[in-house]
Design a protein around this ligand. Structure first.
Ligand SMILES: [Zn+2]
Length: 536
Protein backbone atom coordinates (compact mmCIF):
# COMPACT_ATOMS: atom_id res chain seq x y z
CA UNK A 1 0.00 0.00 0.00
CA UNK A 2 1.43 3.41 -0.96
CA UNK A 3 1.64 5.90 1.88
CA UNK A 4 0.53 9.51 1.50
CA UNK A 5 1.78 11.83 4.22
CA UNK A 6 -0.87 14.18 5.57
CA UNK A 7 0.60 17.58 6.40
CA UNK A 8 -1.75 19.91 8.26
CA UNK A 9 -1.36 23.69 7.96
CA UNK A 10 -4.54 24.74 9.77
CA UNK A 11 -2.48 26.60 12.37
CA UNK A 12 -0.54 28.61 9.76
CA UNK A 13 -2.33 28.84 6.39
CA UNK A 14 -5.75 28.10 7.92
CA UNK A 15 -5.50 31.09 10.24
CA UNK A 16 -5.16 33.36 7.17
CA UNK A 17 -8.93 33.05 6.81
CA UNK A 18 -10.75 36.24 7.79
CA UNK A 19 -12.44 35.90 11.16
CA UNK A 20 -9.95 33.37 12.55
CA UNK A 21 -7.66 34.44 15.35
CA UNK A 22 -6.11 31.86 17.64
CA UNK A 23 -4.26 32.22 20.93
CA UNK A 24 -1.21 30.08 21.64
CA UNK A 25 -3.44 28.01 23.94
CA UNK A 26 -5.97 27.43 21.12
CA UNK A 27 -3.14 26.33 18.86
CA UNK A 28 -1.87 23.84 21.43
CA UNK A 29 -5.37 22.38 21.83
CA UNK A 30 -5.78 22.08 18.04
CA UNK A 31 -2.32 20.49 17.69
CA UNK A 32 -3.26 17.81 20.19
CA UNK A 33 -6.47 17.06 18.26
CA UNK A 34 -4.52 16.80 14.99
CA UNK A 35 -2.20 14.31 16.63
CA UNK A 36 -5.21 12.31 17.84
CA UNK A 37 -6.42 12.24 14.24
CA UNK A 38 -3.05 10.85 13.27
CA UNK A 39 -1.71 13.37 10.73
CA UNK A 40 2.02 13.02 10.00
CA UNK A 41 2.95 16.72 10.27
CA UNK A 42 1.48 19.68 12.12
CA UNK A 43 2.69 23.06 10.89
CA UNK A 44 2.53 25.20 14.02
CA UNK A 45 3.16 28.66 12.64
CA UNK A 46 5.75 31.15 11.54
CA UNK A 47 8.33 31.80 14.29
CA UNK A 48 9.72 35.30 14.28
CA UNK A 49 6.66 36.62 12.40
CA UNK A 50 4.49 37.28 15.44
CA UNK A 51 4.87 36.91 19.23
CA UNK A 52 1.92 34.49 19.47
CA UNK A 53 3.73 31.96 17.27
CA UNK A 54 6.94 32.33 19.28
CA UNK A 55 4.94 31.65 22.46
CA UNK A 56 3.32 28.65 20.77
CA UNK A 57 6.65 27.00 19.88
CA UNK A 58 8.03 27.67 23.36
CA UNK A 59 5.02 26.11 25.06
CA UNK A 60 4.85 23.29 22.49
CA UNK A 61 8.20 21.98 23.72
CA UNK A 62 6.84 21.60 27.25
CA UNK A 63 3.15 20.96 26.73
CA UNK A 64 2.67 18.92 23.55
CA UNK A 65 2.75 15.18 23.78
CA UNK A 66 2.52 13.84 20.22
CA UNK A 67 2.09 10.17 19.42
CA UNK A 68 2.04 10.23 15.60
CA UNK A 69 2.62 13.81 14.47
CA UNK A 70 5.84 15.77 14.00
CA UNK A 71 5.75 19.50 14.65
CA UNK A 72 6.95 21.80 11.85
CA UNK A 73 8.02 25.44 11.90
CA UNK A 74 7.36 27.47 8.74
CA UNK A 75 9.31 30.41 7.36
CA UNK A 76 10.91 31.94 4.33
CA UNK A 77 14.38 31.55 2.86
CA UNK A 78 17.15 34.07 3.62
CA UNK A 79 16.72 37.57 2.32
CA UNK A 80 18.22 38.66 -1.00
CA UNK A 81 21.85 39.69 -0.79
CA UNK A 82 22.30 38.38 2.77
CA UNK A 83 24.16 35.53 4.35
CA UNK A 84 22.10 32.53 5.56
CA UNK A 85 24.07 32.19 8.81
CA UNK A 86 23.27 35.77 9.87
CA UNK A 87 19.67 35.86 8.66
CA UNK A 88 17.22 36.74 11.45
CA UNK A 89 14.36 34.73 9.94
CA UNK A 90 16.41 31.54 9.69
CA UNK A 91 17.66 32.10 13.26
CA UNK A 92 14.04 32.32 14.48
CA UNK A 93 13.23 29.06 12.68
CA UNK A 94 16.14 27.31 14.37
CA UNK A 95 15.17 28.78 17.76
CA UNK A 96 11.73 27.16 17.44
CA UNK A 97 13.55 23.84 17.99
CA UNK A 98 11.38 21.69 15.74
CA UNK A 99 12.69 18.58 14.04
CA UNK A 100 11.31 19.73 10.67
CA UNK A 101 11.35 23.17 9.08
CA UNK A 102 9.24 24.02 6.05
CA UNK A 103 10.94 26.73 4.01
CA UNK A 104 8.98 28.72 1.46
CA UNK A 105 10.72 30.13 -1.60
CA UNK A 106 9.64 31.77 -4.82
CA UNK A 107 9.29 29.59 -7.95
CA UNK A 108 7.59 32.13 -10.20
CA UNK A 109 9.95 34.46 -12.07
CA UNK A 110 7.29 37.18 -12.07
CA UNK A 111 7.42 37.30 -8.26
CA UNK A 112 11.21 37.21 -8.23
CA UNK A 113 11.21 40.31 -10.37
CA UNK A 114 8.35 42.23 -8.74
CA UNK A 115 8.25 41.04 -5.10
CA UNK A 116 11.86 40.06 -4.38
CA UNK A 117 13.29 42.57 -6.87
CA UNK A 118 16.29 40.45 -7.49
CA UNK A 119 17.53 38.24 -10.34
CA UNK A 120 16.76 34.58 -10.92
CA UNK A 121 20.26 33.45 -10.04
CA UNK A 122 20.06 35.05 -6.58
CA UNK A 123 16.54 33.67 -6.08
CA UNK A 124 17.84 30.13 -6.67
CA UNK A 125 20.85 30.78 -4.40
CA UNK A 126 18.56 32.02 -1.60
CA UNK A 127 16.81 28.64 -1.62
CA UNK A 128 19.95 26.51 -1.88
CA UNK A 129 21.87 28.43 0.82
CA UNK A 130 18.99 28.42 3.26
CA UNK A 131 18.31 24.69 2.95
CA UNK A 132 22.00 23.91 3.24
CA UNK A 133 22.37 26.07 6.34
CA UNK A 134 19.38 24.47 8.10
CA UNK A 135 20.71 21.02 7.20
CA UNK A 136 24.07 21.99 8.72
CA UNK A 137 22.33 22.52 12.08
CA UNK A 138 20.56 19.15 11.81
CA UNK A 139 17.12 20.20 10.76
CA UNK A 140 15.02 18.17 8.36
CA UNK A 141 13.83 20.55 5.64
CA UNK A 142 10.75 20.60 3.41
CA UNK A 143 10.61 23.12 0.58
CA UNK A 144 7.32 24.86 -0.29
CA UNK A 145 7.68 26.09 -3.87
CA UNK A 146 5.43 29.13 -3.78
CA UNK A 147 3.35 29.87 -6.91
CA UNK A 148 4.86 26.77 -8.49
CA UNK A 149 2.04 26.09 -10.96
CA UNK A 150 1.91 29.71 -12.18
CA UNK A 151 5.70 29.78 -12.37
CA UNK A 152 5.86 26.52 -14.29
CA UNK A 153 3.31 27.85 -16.79
CA UNK A 154 5.41 30.91 -17.66
CA UNK A 155 8.99 29.77 -17.03
CA UNK A 156 9.32 26.03 -16.43
CA UNK A 157 13.14 26.11 -16.49
CA UNK A 158 13.34 28.59 -13.63
CA UNK A 159 10.58 26.85 -11.64
CA UNK A 160 12.44 23.54 -11.94
CA UNK A 161 15.75 25.22 -11.03
CA UNK A 162 14.28 26.32 -7.68
CA UNK A 163 13.20 22.75 -6.94
CA UNK A 164 16.58 21.40 -8.00
CA UNK A 165 18.41 23.85 -5.71
CA UNK A 166 16.30 22.75 -2.73
CA UNK A 167 16.67 19.07 -3.60
CA UNK A 168 20.42 19.20 -4.12
CA UNK A 169 20.91 21.10 -0.86
CA UNK A 170 19.12 18.38 1.09
CA UNK A 171 15.40 19.25 1.21
CA UNK A 172 13.44 16.05 1.88
CA UNK A 173 10.20 17.13 0.25
CA UNK A 174 9.58 19.47 -2.67
CA UNK A 175 6.07 20.78 -2.28
CA UNK A 176 4.37 22.17 -5.38
CA UNK A 177 2.15 25.03 -4.20
CA UNK A 178 -0.79 26.47 -6.09
CA UNK A 179 -0.68 29.67 -4.07
CA UNK A 180 -3.26 31.56 -6.16
CA UNK A 181 -5.46 28.48 -6.35
CA UNK A 182 -6.51 28.73 -10.00
CA UNK A 183 -5.08 25.48 -11.37
CA UNK A 184 -7.36 22.68 -12.58
CA UNK A 185 -6.93 18.90 -12.17
CA UNK A 186 -5.92 18.15 -15.78
CA UNK A 187 -3.08 20.71 -15.53
CA UNK A 188 -2.03 19.31 -12.15
CA UNK A 189 -1.76 15.84 -13.64
CA UNK A 190 0.47 17.00 -16.48
CA UNK A 191 2.71 19.26 -14.38
CA UNK A 192 3.26 16.77 -11.56
CA UNK A 193 4.18 14.03 -14.06
CA UNK A 194 6.62 16.35 -15.84
CA UNK A 195 8.24 17.43 -12.55
CA UNK A 196 8.52 13.81 -11.40
CA UNK A 197 10.20 12.92 -14.71
CA UNK A 198 12.61 15.88 -14.43
CA UNK A 199 13.51 15.10 -10.79
CA UNK A 200 13.11 11.32 -10.50
CA UNK A 201 14.95 11.13 -7.15
CA UNK A 202 12.89 13.82 -5.43
CA UNK A 203 9.95 13.21 -3.06
CA UNK A 204 7.15 15.59 -4.05
CA UNK A 205 4.30 17.11 -2.12
CA UNK A 206 1.37 19.38 -3.02
CA UNK A 207 -0.38 22.39 -1.49
CA UNK A 208 -3.60 23.60 -3.13
CA UNK A 209 -5.87 26.55 -2.55
CA UNK A 210 -9.52 26.30 -3.47
CA UNK A 211 -10.03 29.40 -5.64
CA UNK A 212 -11.27 27.33 -8.57
CA UNK A 213 -13.23 24.98 -6.29
CA UNK A 214 -10.82 22.15 -7.10
CA UNK A 215 -8.33 22.05 -4.20
CA UNK A 216 -9.42 18.57 -3.08
CA UNK A 217 -9.67 17.25 -6.65
CA UNK A 218 -6.23 18.70 -7.43
CA UNK A 219 -4.74 16.99 -4.35
CA UNK A 220 -6.19 13.61 -5.38
CA UNK A 221 -4.93 14.10 -8.94
CA UNK A 222 -1.46 14.99 -7.64
CA UNK A 223 -1.53 11.79 -5.59
CA UNK A 224 -2.23 9.59 -8.61
CA UNK A 225 0.43 11.52 -10.56
CA UNK A 226 3.06 10.60 -7.98
CA UNK A 227 3.33 13.05 -5.05
CA UNK A 228 3.72 11.58 -1.57
CA UNK A 229 2.63 14.44 0.71
CA UNK A 230 -0.63 16.40 0.74
CA UNK A 231 -0.81 19.69 2.59
CA UNK A 232 -4.18 21.11 3.60
CA UNK A 233 -6.38 22.37 6.42
CA UNK A 234 -9.10 20.86 8.57
CA UNK A 235 -12.56 21.94 7.32
CA UNK A 236 -10.88 23.64 4.35
CA UNK A 237 -9.96 26.75 6.35
CA UNK A 238 -7.65 29.23 4.64
CA UNK A 239 -7.60 32.65 3.07
CA UNK A 240 -10.08 33.58 0.32
CA UNK A 241 -11.87 30.30 -0.50
CA UNK A 242 -9.65 28.16 1.69
CA UNK A 243 -7.04 25.40 1.41
CA UNK A 244 -7.60 21.79 0.37
CA UNK A 245 -10.00 20.37 2.96
CA UNK A 246 -8.23 17.53 4.76
CA UNK A 247 -11.60 16.28 6.01
CA UNK A 248 -12.36 15.36 2.39
CA UNK A 249 -8.82 14.52 1.28
CA UNK A 250 -8.18 11.97 4.05
CA UNK A 251 -11.30 9.78 3.59
CA UNK A 252 -11.02 10.02 -0.21
CA UNK A 253 -7.44 8.78 -0.36
CA UNK A 254 -7.90 6.23 2.45
CA UNK A 255 -11.34 4.80 1.74
CA UNK A 256 -11.65 5.23 -2.01
CA UNK A 257 -8.17 5.25 -3.49
CA UNK A 258 -6.36 2.60 -1.50
CA UNK A 259 -3.61 4.78 0.02
CA UNK A 260 -2.42 4.58 3.59
CA UNK A 261 -2.67 8.08 5.12
CA UNK A 262 -3.61 8.49 8.79
CA UNK A 263 -3.64 5.24 10.86
CA UNK A 264 -6.72 3.26 9.81
CA UNK A 265 -8.28 3.18 13.27
CA UNK A 266 -8.21 7.00 13.50
CA UNK A 267 -10.55 7.69 10.56
CA UNK A 268 -13.57 7.33 12.81
CA UNK A 269 -12.28 10.36 14.80
CA UNK A 270 -12.58 12.61 11.73
CA UNK A 271 -16.05 14.08 12.40
CA UNK A 272 -15.34 14.67 16.09
CA UNK A 273 -11.98 16.35 15.42
CA UNK A 274 -13.48 18.50 12.65
CA UNK A 275 -16.29 19.72 14.93
CA UNK A 276 -14.06 20.20 17.94
CA UNK A 277 -11.59 22.31 15.95
CA UNK A 278 -14.48 24.37 14.54
CA UNK A 279 -15.53 25.01 18.12
CA UNK A 280 -12.08 26.18 19.18
CA UNK A 281 -11.84 28.35 16.07
CA UNK A 282 -15.33 29.60 16.93
CA UNK A 283 -16.82 29.47 13.45
CA UNK A 284 -20.06 27.63 12.77
CA UNK A 285 -19.26 24.60 10.66
CA UNK A 286 -20.98 24.38 7.28
CA UNK A 287 -23.64 21.66 7.68
CA UNK A 288 -23.06 20.63 4.08
CA UNK A 289 -19.36 19.83 4.29
CA UNK A 290 -18.64 16.42 2.71
CA UNK A 291 -18.06 13.55 5.17
CA UNK A 292 -18.12 15.60 8.41
CA UNK A 293 -21.05 18.02 7.94
CA UNK A 294 -24.21 17.51 9.97
CA UNK A 295 -26.10 17.05 6.68
CA UNK A 296 -23.50 14.86 4.98
CA UNK A 297 -25.65 11.77 5.53
CA UNK A 298 -29.07 13.35 5.96
CA UNK A 299 -32.22 12.06 4.30
CA UNK A 300 -35.52 13.76 3.90
CA UNK A 301 -38.18 12.21 1.69
CA UNK A 302 -40.53 9.64 3.22
CA UNK A 303 -40.24 6.94 0.54
CA UNK A 304 -36.50 7.27 0.44
CA UNK A 305 -36.19 6.84 4.22
CA UNK A 306 -38.17 3.61 4.38
CA UNK A 307 -35.90 2.19 1.67
CA UNK A 308 -32.90 3.60 3.54
CA UNK A 309 -33.84 1.71 6.69
CA UNK A 310 -33.77 -1.53 4.67
CA UNK A 311 -30.74 -0.84 2.47
CA UNK A 312 -28.56 2.06 3.68
CA UNK A 313 -25.96 1.46 0.95
CA UNK A 314 -28.56 2.27 -1.68
CA UNK A 315 -28.54 5.95 -0.67
CA UNK A 316 -25.16 6.59 1.00
CA UNK A 317 -21.78 6.63 -0.76
CA UNK A 318 -20.17 4.95 2.23
CA UNK A 319 -21.15 3.99 5.78
CA UNK A 320 -21.12 7.28 7.77
CA UNK A 321 -19.57 5.63 10.84
CA UNK A 322 -16.38 5.06 8.80
CA UNK A 323 -15.67 8.76 9.36
CA UNK A 324 -17.46 9.01 12.71
CA UNK A 325 -20.58 10.64 11.29
CA UNK A 326 -24.08 9.22 11.33
CA UNK A 327 -27.20 8.96 9.25
CA UNK A 328 -29.74 11.63 10.07
CA UNK A 329 -33.34 11.78 9.07
CA UNK A 330 -35.11 15.10 8.88
CA UNK A 331 -38.72 15.44 9.66
CA UNK A 332 -41.24 17.27 7.55
CA UNK A 333 -44.93 16.98 6.91
CA UNK A 334 -44.09 14.82 3.90
CA UNK A 335 -42.79 12.30 6.35
CA UNK A 336 -44.64 9.13 6.95
CA UNK A 337 -44.37 6.77 9.86
CA UNK A 338 -41.16 5.23 8.56
CA UNK A 339 -39.34 8.60 8.70
CA UNK A 340 -40.59 9.18 12.24
CA UNK A 341 -39.48 5.70 13.33
CA UNK A 342 -36.05 6.16 11.76
CA UNK A 343 -35.67 9.64 13.20
CA UNK A 344 -36.68 8.47 16.67
CA UNK A 345 -34.14 5.69 16.38
CA UNK A 346 -31.44 8.29 15.52
CA UNK A 347 -32.03 9.83 18.95
CA UNK A 348 -32.02 6.42 20.61
CA UNK A 349 -35.77 6.16 21.19
CA UNK A 350 -37.87 3.16 20.23
CA UNK A 351 -41.40 3.86 19.06
CA UNK A 352 -44.12 1.36 18.34
CA UNK A 353 -45.84 1.88 15.02
CA UNK A 354 -48.97 3.19 16.86
CA UNK A 355 -46.86 5.68 18.80
CA UNK A 356 -45.22 6.76 15.54
CA UNK A 357 -48.68 7.45 14.10
CA UNK A 358 -49.48 9.61 17.14
CA UNK A 359 -46.30 11.60 16.48
CA UNK A 360 -47.08 11.95 12.74
CA UNK A 361 -50.54 13.32 13.55
CA UNK A 362 -49.14 15.70 16.16
CA UNK A 363 -46.50 16.98 13.74
CA UNK A 364 -49.16 17.63 11.10
CA UNK A 365 -51.14 19.72 13.61
CA UNK A 366 -48.08 21.64 14.72
CA UNK A 367 -46.90 22.28 11.17
CA UNK A 368 -50.30 23.75 10.47
CA UNK A 369 -49.60 26.19 13.34
CA UNK A 370 -46.25 27.17 11.82
CA UNK A 371 -43.91 24.66 13.43
CA UNK A 372 -41.30 23.12 11.21
CA UNK A 373 -39.16 20.31 12.55
CA UNK A 374 -36.48 20.00 9.87
CA UNK A 375 -34.09 22.25 11.75
CA UNK A 376 -35.46 21.39 15.19
CA UNK A 377 -34.26 17.90 15.99
CA UNK A 378 -34.15 18.78 19.70
CA UNK A 379 -37.81 19.82 19.86
CA UNK A 380 -38.67 16.73 17.80
CA UNK A 381 -36.94 14.52 20.36
CA UNK A 382 -39.02 16.08 23.15
CA UNK A 383 -42.18 15.54 21.10
CA UNK A 384 -41.36 11.85 20.72
CA UNK A 385 -40.62 11.48 24.42
CA UNK A 386 -43.87 13.27 25.31
CA UNK A 387 -45.84 10.97 22.99
CA UNK A 388 -44.70 8.20 25.31
CA UNK A 389 -45.99 10.00 28.39
CA UNK A 390 -42.66 11.53 29.42
CA UNK A 391 -42.60 14.95 31.12
CA UNK A 392 -39.45 16.95 31.48
CA UNK A 393 -38.38 16.55 35.13
CA UNK A 394 -35.93 19.44 35.48
CA UNK A 395 -38.19 22.35 36.31
CA UNK A 396 -41.72 23.66 36.05
CA UNK A 397 -42.53 27.25 35.22
CA UNK A 398 -44.59 29.44 37.46
CA UNK A 399 -44.07 32.61 35.42
CA UNK A 400 -41.59 34.76 33.65
CA UNK A 401 -41.51 38.43 32.72
CA UNK A 402 -39.20 40.56 30.66
CA UNK A 403 -38.90 44.28 30.28
CA UNK A 404 -36.73 46.41 28.10
CA UNK A 405 -35.52 49.77 29.27
CA UNK A 406 -33.94 52.60 27.32
CA UNK A 407 -31.72 54.26 29.91
CA UNK A 408 -29.11 56.97 29.26
CA UNK A 409 -28.78 56.04 25.62
CA UNK A 410 -28.44 52.32 26.29
CA UNK A 411 -30.99 49.56 25.97
CA UNK A 412 -31.03 46.95 28.70
CA UNK A 413 -33.30 43.95 28.98
CA UNK A 414 -34.12 42.39 32.34
CA UNK A 415 -35.83 39.05 32.85
CA UNK A 416 -37.26 37.46 35.96
CA UNK A 417 -37.99 33.74 35.96
CA UNK A 418 -39.97 31.93 38.67
CA UNK A 419 -39.65 28.16 38.52
CA UNK A 420 -39.91 25.09 40.75
CA UNK A 421 -36.80 22.94 40.77
CA UNK A 422 -36.96 19.75 42.83
CA UNK A 423 -39.94 21.09 44.79
CA UNK A 424 -38.22 24.36 45.64
CA UNK A 425 -39.44 27.70 44.30
CA UNK A 426 -36.60 29.70 42.76
CA UNK A 427 -36.80 33.30 41.56
CA UNK A 428 -33.95 34.74 39.52
CA UNK A 429 -33.45 38.02 37.72
CA UNK A 430 -30.81 38.68 35.10
CA UNK A 431 -29.93 41.45 32.65
CA UNK A 432 -28.96 40.84 29.05
CA UNK A 433 -28.24 42.67 25.81
CA UNK A 434 -31.67 41.69 24.61
CA UNK A 435 -34.80 40.04 26.01
CA UNK A 436 -33.88 36.54 24.79
CA UNK A 437 -30.39 36.69 26.28
CA UNK A 438 -31.91 37.93 29.57
CA UNK A 439 -34.45 35.06 29.68
CA UNK A 440 -31.75 32.52 28.82
CA UNK A 441 -29.47 33.82 31.58
CA UNK A 442 -32.25 33.95 34.17
CA UNK A 443 -33.38 30.38 33.46
CA UNK A 444 -29.82 29.10 33.60
CA UNK A 445 -29.25 30.88 36.91
CA UNK A 446 -32.38 29.25 38.36
CA UNK A 447 -31.15 25.79 37.31
CA UNK A 448 -27.45 26.18 38.03
CA UNK A 449 -27.54 24.88 41.60
CA UNK A 450 -29.36 21.61 40.87
CA UNK A 451 -28.03 21.21 37.31
CA UNK A 452 -24.50 22.65 37.06
CA UNK A 453 -24.33 20.99 33.59
CA UNK A 454 -26.28 23.98 32.17
CA UNK A 455 -22.95 25.80 32.06
CA UNK A 456 -21.84 23.44 29.28
CA UNK A 457 -24.87 24.20 27.10
CA UNK A 458 -24.38 27.17 24.79
CA UNK A 459 -26.93 29.04 22.70
CA UNK A 460 -25.11 29.43 19.37
CA UNK A 461 -27.75 30.61 16.93
CA UNK A 462 -31.08 32.40 17.15
CA UNK A 463 -33.30 33.12 14.17
CA UNK A 464 -36.69 34.73 13.89
CA UNK A 465 -39.16 34.59 11.05
CA UNK A 466 -42.54 36.23 10.65
CA UNK A 467 -45.15 33.78 9.44
CA UNK A 468 -47.86 35.08 7.16
CA UNK A 469 -51.30 35.20 8.54
CA UNK A 470 -53.51 33.36 6.08
CA UNK A 471 -56.78 33.19 8.02
CA UNK A 472 -57.12 36.71 9.32
CA UNK A 473 -55.74 35.95 12.78
CA UNK A 474 -52.70 37.74 14.14
CA UNK A 475 -49.45 36.80 12.45
CA UNK A 476 -47.19 34.37 14.26
CA UNK A 477 -43.48 34.41 14.81
CA UNK A 478 -41.25 31.37 14.46
CA UNK A 479 -38.03 31.23 16.46
CA UNK A 480 -35.32 28.68 15.75
CA UNK A 481 -32.49 28.20 18.26
CA UNK A 482 -29.35 26.16 17.99
CA UNK A 483 -27.66 24.96 21.16
CA UNK A 484 -24.50 22.96 21.51
CA UNK A 485 -22.31 21.18 24.03
CA UNK A 486 -18.94 19.50 23.53
CA UNK A 487 -20.55 16.47 21.90
CA UNK A 488 -22.77 18.13 19.33
CA UNK A 489 -25.55 20.54 18.57
CA UNK A 490 -29.33 20.47 18.38
CA UNK A 491 -32.06 22.73 17.06
CA UNK A 492 -35.26 23.78 18.79
CA UNK A 493 -38.33 25.75 17.77
CA UNK A 494 -40.98 27.96 19.27
CA UNK A 495 -44.00 29.51 17.53
CA UNK A 496 -46.28 32.13 19.04
CA UNK A 497 -47.97 35.42 18.28
CA UNK A 498 -45.54 37.01 20.71
CA UNK A 499 -41.85 36.92 19.85
CA UNK A 500 -40.82 36.65 23.50
CA UNK A 501 -43.00 33.62 24.13
CA UNK A 502 -41.85 31.96 20.88
CA UNK A 503 -38.27 32.55 22.05
CA UNK A 504 -38.99 31.24 25.54
CA UNK A 505 -40.30 27.97 24.07
CA UNK A 506 -37.26 27.46 21.86
CA UNK A 507 -34.79 28.39 24.61
CA UNK A 508 -36.53 26.09 27.15
CA UNK A 509 -36.52 23.14 24.73
CA UNK A 510 -32.85 23.77 24.02
CA UNK A 511 -31.88 23.68 27.68
CA UNK A 512 -34.08 20.63 28.40
CA UNK A 513 -32.49 18.67 25.52
CA UNK A 514 -29.04 19.75 26.73
CA UNK A 515 -29.81 18.48 30.24
CA UNK A 516 -31.09 15.16 28.86
CA UNK A 517 -27.83 14.79 26.92
CA UNK A 518 -25.72 15.85 29.89
CA UNK A 519 -27.44 13.19 31.97
CA UNK A 520 -26.61 10.50 29.43
CA UNK A 521 -30.24 9.83 28.75
CA UNK A 522 -30.35 10.36 25.02
CA UNK A 523 -29.88 6.66 24.39
CA UNK A 524 -33.03 4.85 25.29
CA UNK A 525 -34.41 7.69 27.36
CA UNK A 526 -33.39 6.03 30.62
CA UNK A 527 -31.97 7.86 33.55
CA UNK A 528 -28.57 7.05 34.90
CA UNK A 529 -29.84 8.35 38.20
CA UNK A 530 -28.05 11.66 38.22
CA UNK A 531 -30.77 13.87 36.87
CA UNK A 532 -33.94 12.24 38.09
CA UNK A 533 -35.12 11.44 34.57
CA UNK A 534 -37.93 9.05 34.04
CA UNK A 535 -38.87 7.12 30.99
CA UNK A 536 -42.19 5.44 30.52
ZN1 LIG B 1 -0.95 28.35 1.06
Amino acid sequence: MTTLEIYDTTLRDGTQQEGISLTAGDKLAISQLLDELGVAYVEGGWPGANPKDDEFFQRARRELDFTTATLVAFGSTRRAGRNAASDAQLAALIAAETEVICLVGKSWDYHVEHALRTDQQEAVAMIGDSVEYLRSVDRRVFFDAEHFFDGYRTNPEFALDTLRAAHESGAERLVLCDTNGGTLPHEVDRVVREVAAALPEAALGCHFHNDAGTAVANSLTAATAGIMQIQGCINGYGERTGNADLCSVIPNVSLKMGYASIPEDRLSHLTRVSHHIAEIINLTLDDHLPYVGVSAFTHKAGLHTSALARRPDAYEHLPPDAVGNSTRTVVSELAGRSTILAKAQDTGLELSSEEAQVVVDRIKELEHDGYHFEAADGSFELLVRESQGWKQPFFSLESYRVFVEHRDGEVVAEATVKVYVGGERIVTTREGDGPVAAIDLALRAALAHDYPQVARIHLTDYRVRDLDSSDGTAARVRVLCQHRDVDGSWGTIGVHQNIIDASWRAVCDGIVVGLIRANGASNGGNSNGSGGLQSE
